[in-house]
Design a protein around this ligand. Sequence first.
Ligand code: TXA
Ligand code: MG
Length: 327
Amino acid sequence: MDTIIGKEELLEEAGSLIRAGQLVAFPTETVYGLGADATNEKAVASIFEAKGRPQDNPLIVHIASADELKNVAREVPESAYELMSIFSPGPLTIVLKKQNGIPKITTGGLDTVGIRIPDHPLALKLIRSAGVPVAAPSANRSGRISPTEAEHVYEDMRGRIPMILDGGKTRVGIESTVLDLTKETPIILRPGAVTAEMLAPFLGKVKTKGGEVLVAEAPGMKYRHYAPVCPASGVKDARTAKEIYNRQLSAGRHPVIIAGEELLRDVPGQYAVLSLGSSPESAMGSLFSSLRKAEKVYDFILLQWFDAEEYASLQNRIEKACGGNCF
Ligand code: TXA
Ligand code: MG
């Protein structure tokens, strides 16, 4: 199968493809999604196949406005509408009880469904043009680094899907916050750019699953994620980074340090580095593309481990990319 890449001009064709049960990758403000008609079992099955994704990992259903909530969810609490009026379109996914029209294959067998309104003009136009809710996981092969550029999607999905809509680099860079509203106390199943602190004023109390997830409540969280093709390990400071770097170099490897500006200030010019900038936003925006760049040129990645609370969502991805390893 040929994979066409294009922009706005492909929108109508993209909408028809989705309606016809085909897959279209599209940009959102977080990462690129791999979209299909969420109500079409066969179409959704082909998402799992194209990604090589385990069947028990539910997909997020994308809609274009809060009016469509009732088509995909039932017993929608007032708080869902309130949160959507504040955070949507945007990087927040809300888990609610699913409507009958959403088949179990879309929700990984669950009676609940994750729903989100993405904040990207191409994504919203695609959903409207398709005229159906669009199920979409991140458009990477299962276990790989989430794509933040059309080119990344092409690397992973070439020949497997008919179309990629190119909307440039994604703005946020890590996936949406997943908030479960079906429990007595709302709980964050996956951290993201919308934090517990931001949500708390509207919910009273929000629980987060800090650290290791033992009970895999977001079914996706138990799987290996964001793995580069070469080994990656965390480092907490410049001294350790340089030490390990030199050890790897002596062993004949080509290491690279991926870190924030502050750490890199203490790393001299002869070291290969990729900068994550100097704020949580810039680091979120560049983590996945830096990993994809690094794995092409280098064969050992040293990735900064962040302790500060503002970096918690990013650190969640970093730990997964490193398989939990830190020097
Ligand atoms: O930013 C994003 O959320 C991107 C863009 C494309 O929207 N999508 C994304 O999808 O990251 P995916 O499939 O890579 O991750 C979805 C996560 C998984 O961890 C999954 O287990 C969880 O959301 N999830 C989805 N539906 C759920 C449900 N009903 N209950 C619990 N967790 C759910
Ligand atoms: Mg994903």
